[in-house]
Design a protein around this ligand. Sequence first.
Ligand code: FES
Length: 579
Amino acid sequence: MGGGANDSKRYAYRSGEWFGREGKYGFIPRSWMKSQGFGPELFDGRPVIGICNTWSELTNCNRHLRELAEHVKRGVLMAGGFPLEFPVTSLGEPLMRPTTMMFRNLVSMDVEESIRANPIDGVVLLAACDKTTPALLMGAASCDIPAILVSGGPMLNGRFRGRELGSGTDVFRLDEEYRTGRMSKADLDDAEAAMSRSAGSCMTMGTASTMASLGEAMGIALPMNGSVPAADSRRAVLAERSGQRIVELVRGGTTISQILTRPAFENAVKVNGAIGGSTNAVVHLLALAGRLGVDFSLEDWDELGRDVPCLVDLKPSGRFLMEEFFDAGGLPVVMKRIADRLHLDASTVGGVSIGEAIADAHCWNDEVIRPLDRPLTAEGGIMVLRGSLAPNGAIIKPSAATPRLMTHRGKAVVFENSDDLRARIDDPALEVDADSVLVLKNAGPIGYPGMPEVGTMALPKKLLEQGVTDMVRVSDARMSGTAYGTVVLHVAPESAIGGPLALVRDGDVIVLDTATRRLDLEVDADELDRRRAAFVPPSPPYERGYGRLFLDHVQQADKGVDFDFLVGKSGTPPSKVSF
Ligand code: FES
């Protein structure tokens, strides 16, 4: 450290290294902060709470987080802390290209370094849109300081001519109706205006709602964090209470790694099954566990979630939306219904165990949150497939799939990349029928790059017109948490690095057998060797900058798509004073 003594009698926390020093080393941080109108009593050794904000007008789902931050601040002040809001890069699904997933790790670095470089004793993570939640949790995890997640909450339900419209999920349906002439352009325009009618994240059980709910299930957010609508005043109350609790967590020295333990991850996998959660949770939780050093693998998703029934009847798997889920009692009801599968003694940021947090949950609508004897689907979890087409794994979400297609044998119709898919999928001459298996290459972490949500692959127009509603699709891409279908995703190793997916050709037979968790390519070994010898990887799209860093260091889907050099945590060791 540089000079200047720390008055350790008054400064029990990390921020004392800045604000507790004598002489110029304390004068400078205090004096310059006082330019914002902060009185001297705020520098008396109280916990300094960072409010990490992903507000941005480029991220519509997070556009209300400045307002929510004010409620967090009030809670922090009520509890005797000193709140300081700071921005990090935001990630908005509808706008960012090539995909927000390419920037999740970048934001996690932004969060990690912002916390470590500043006088922050604990942090409240304000997130909403899909990737903002894992990015903030991963960054805070690598610092291992006290942290609470406060989600922005879902939008109000979309409503259109007496019909409820669910974010994302109904876009796919409306698009199919428009493409097949069953909906006019004017009607589609009206539906566009009716779908997203308030602040908040997608109001289906998409990735944003899934990650907010899993934060609650893992105890890193307060109860009901997943479901209180963004526009509901109780969201502000939750933010205020989180502000109070983070101060207590700092005082008690409870860091994020004490909450996000292996039992917390196990609870999350089971809850994800019970809510019919997004497939994207797989890569995000794998990456988060990697930061924390928690022993948690792709196989855990299948083993722990294998027989968990999906109880929540929400789109994309079911009928309802997040407003109904909230009204029905939200996640505590779901957790209470599967309580015998959970680690009830796991800790939470609320200061009670998970078991205590859900003890008083009551269900107000058994149609929205089904009882155990009447689940939406018997198998709600994520299935992990392996086989000659996916030696390192692939996943499928059974609750979003068509049961009769879960065991299927069909001939491949191959698209070399998403441009090729877009160009040919509606070609009347495309040789495809309802039994074909649509295969998309070069959509993985390196191939696209960034592993975008293109794995759903719109069905060929000529088959839609014949009434086909689902087909088996296989790719190394992700899919939107709001999407549905018999879609095999996250194939590893990906095609761009020469995984078996790269070797598939039109007409090859692909066998999907979810009962045995197999995904196989029925081509003899000699032929595959010939194809492998002729494989030429696509040329990298980035020669410099962040894109280059991404290509050089990103890991495959089965490792969570984190950078190899970001795995693990470094804490917040004292840094040098620079003046
Ligand atoms: Fe932001 Fe769906 S687009 S949560």
